[in-house]
Design a protein around this ligand. Structure first.
Ligand SMILES: C[S@@+](CC[C@H](N)C(=O)[O-])C[C@H]1O[C@@H](n2cnc3c(N)ncnc32)[C@H](O)[C@@H]1O
Length: 375
């Protein structure tokens, strides 16, 4: 496959910068926005990104390659380290990045050719948790978690993390293990997401991915760390969650989720409520696969109660997006804001009880867990 048009790459890079770092975003997102803006505007970066085939997410893949190669160079001073602060904004960063890309062109091109962009945002567990609270409040059964498109499996241990939800009036609600190494903070911009006093019990957990990632391989780990947006909170969360995942590996099934799901569900304890979680996975499924998944949920739901929690941008990805991956209606303002570049993850829940299906849109959230809105 050949590369992507320069104007297309530039537009993609700007759209991603807007999604992660819209006006009013926390200052700590400046480096993420500055990197993507430089990819949109600086020729040495645009040359590299536009040589990448469109299905390989050119701006994000190049941003990861830059981060990977920056270690050990002067550029590294701009990037946050796990547990450390966000280095201050530097207006000269874009120009410096362009020089770096010119000087290291061949190495960057080779990194992009040999790797896939692979996002693992454990902070999205803060979007899923209030949905589990709702499920747990109405159903006594323990949960059997199936994380669809699990990547490195960081969403599989969401019952082991500590969460703090900060309201606009400054009040805070926390839950989870107070001593947890993985600490997720999220601003609540509107509404009141249910924060459970006790996280529902998870009796079994399994991750599904076409390409599960092996965190015990140091190169894989270093590449995944480079794919994390260079924001202090995200970098720290990833380091802590990947350490926990390495220490306590969970079960995983390799394959297309559409093919392996029935067999995976058959392995789960009969007394548990099946809870499928998908964060930023269904948004990438082609429409026929979305339809097939929908049918699969109905089919499996005839045999067994289940929940499907989704956190995904509207589809089809891009300015024409208007539907949720679960086929639920969203407010017209969300469609408008999505078209204007404010892509966020819609939090939705589809439940099946005794073969009867219901669905609710519950909120929406920043792609990197900086904020959420609850309806
Ligand atoms: C954008 S990543 C999201 C990872 C993680 N859920 C998160 O939110 O950070 C999408 C993941 O879904 C996986 N994936 C995409 N299509 C899939 C499919 N049809 N079956 C199984 N996994 C799939 C990819 O390999 C990748 O790990």
């Amino acid at each position: 496959m050949t590369g992507t048009g320069r104007s297309v790459v530039a537009a993609q890079a700007r759209a991603i910068a807007d999604a992660w770092s819209p006006p009013g975003a926390p200052e700590s997102w400046w480096l993420t926005a500055a990197t993507l803006t430089a990819i949109a505007e600086e020729d040495p970066l645009l040359d590299l990104a536009s040589a990448i085939p469109p299905d390989r997410l050119p701006p994000l893949l190049l941003a990861a390659a830059v981060r990977f190669l920056a270690s050990g160079s002067d550029l590294a001073r701009h990037y946050p380290q796990p547990g450390g602060p966000q280095p201050p904004r530097d207006p000269a960063f874009g120009a410096e990045l362009a020089t770096f890309a010119r000087e290291r062109h061949a190495e960057l091109a080779a990194l992009c050719a040999g790797h896939r962009y692979q996002m693992n945002e454990v902070g999205r567990s803060a979007d899923v948790l209030p949905v589990l609270a709702l499920i747990g409040a109405a159903d006594d059964r323990p949960l059997a978690l199936v994380d669809l498109g699990t990547g490195a499996g960081l969403g599989l241990r969401l019952d082991r993390y500590h969460y703090t939800y900060r309201a606009a009036d400054g009040s805070r609600r926390s839950t989870g293990d107070p001593a947890a190494a993985v600490r997720i903070e999220c601003a609540v911009r509107s509404g009141a997401p249910p924060v459970p006093a006790r996280i529902p019990t998870v009796v079994d957990r399994v991750g599904v991915d076409v390409e599960p990632l092996d965190l015990s391989d140091p190169h894989v780990l270093a590449w995944l760390a480079a794919c994390v947006p260079p924001e202090a909170g995200a970098v720290t969360r990833f380091a802590a969650a990947s350490a926990l995942a390495r220490a306590e590996p969970a079960r995983s099934a390799r394959g297309n989720l559409l093919d392996v799901l029935p067999d995976v569900i058959a392995t789960l304890p009969a007394e548990a409520l099946v809870c499928l979680v998908d964060t930023y996975v269904h948004v990438f499924l082609p429409p026929p696969d979305l339809e097939r998944f929908d049918g699969l949920i109905t089919e499996i739901g005839r045999e067994r109660d289940l929940e499907w929690v989704s956190v995904d941008p509207l589809v089809p990805l891009g300015p024409d997006a208007r539907a949720t991956v679960q086929g639920l209606d969203v407010p017209a303002a969300w469609v408008r804001e999505n078209r204007d570049g404010g892509v966020s993850g819609v939090i939705g829940r589809v439940g099946v009880r005794n073969g009867v299906r219901s669905g609710t849109v519950l909120g929406r959230a920043h792609p990197g867990a900086a904020w959420l809105e609850w309806r």
